[in-house]
Design a protein around this ligand. Sequence first.
Ligand SMILES: Nc1ncnc2c1ncn2[C@@H]1O[C@H](COP(=O)(O)OP(=O)(O)O)[C@@H](O)[C@H]1O
Ligand SMILES: [Mg+2]
Length: 168
Amino acid sequence: MITLKPLERLEKKYSFREKELFNNGSSGKIYFDKGDIIKIPYDFSTGILLNSTGAQKKAFNEAKMQEFAIEMGLKFPEVYGVFAIKEEESGKYYPGFAMRYVKGQTHSSLEGALREKVEMQRKAELNKARDLGFIFNDVNTGNVMWCPEEEQTYLLDCEFWGYRTELI
Ligand SMILES: Nc1ncnc2c1ncn2[C@@H]1O[C@H](COP(=O)(O)OP(=O)(O)O)[C@@H](O)[C@H]1O
Ligand SMILES: [Mg+2]
C-alpha cells in the first residue's frame, strides 16, 4: 500500500543521474533504474527537479491514482511505490514513484495498421474508464504505449485524472 510520508521516511531504493534522462514529460522527468521506471516531479518552466512538500504530495497523488485505476481494471503500468530517490552526483534525494517499465513504443510513433489497432484499444480503454466514472482530459498519443511482446496497449500519465463523485 502507498502511504504518504515525509521524504526522510520514504524508502531509499532507487538512484539516478540527472543527466541520464530517459524521457521528459511536461510535469515529470522519467529515469530508469533497476529495470524500473521512476517519475520525479519537476518545474516545467525552469527544468528543476523538485523536493518540496508539494512535490512529495504530487508524486503520491499520481502513484495513488494510477494504483486505483489499475485496481478498477484499467491498463496502466504496475506501481511499485513512492520512494526517496537519490541523485548520484549531488547526493540529494527527490520524491518520485516507481512503476513497471513497459517495453514498447508510444502511440505517437506508430504508423499504418498497427496505429489503427492501438487507436482502437486506446478508445476502448478510455470508454471503460469513462464508464467506471473516471474523468480525464484528452489522453494524447504520447500517453499511450504499445507493448509488442504482450500485444497490449497501456495508458500512462494519470496525473490530471479525477473521478465523478455522484452515484453512477
Ligand atoms: N512505465 C513506463 N514505461 C515505459 N516508458 C514510459 C513509462 N512511463 C513513462 N514513459 C515514457 O516517458 C514519457 C513521459 O512520461 P509521462 O508519464 O507521460 O510524463 P508527463 O506526465 O511528464 O507527461 C512517456 O511518453 C513515455 O515515452
Ligand atoms: Mg505525458
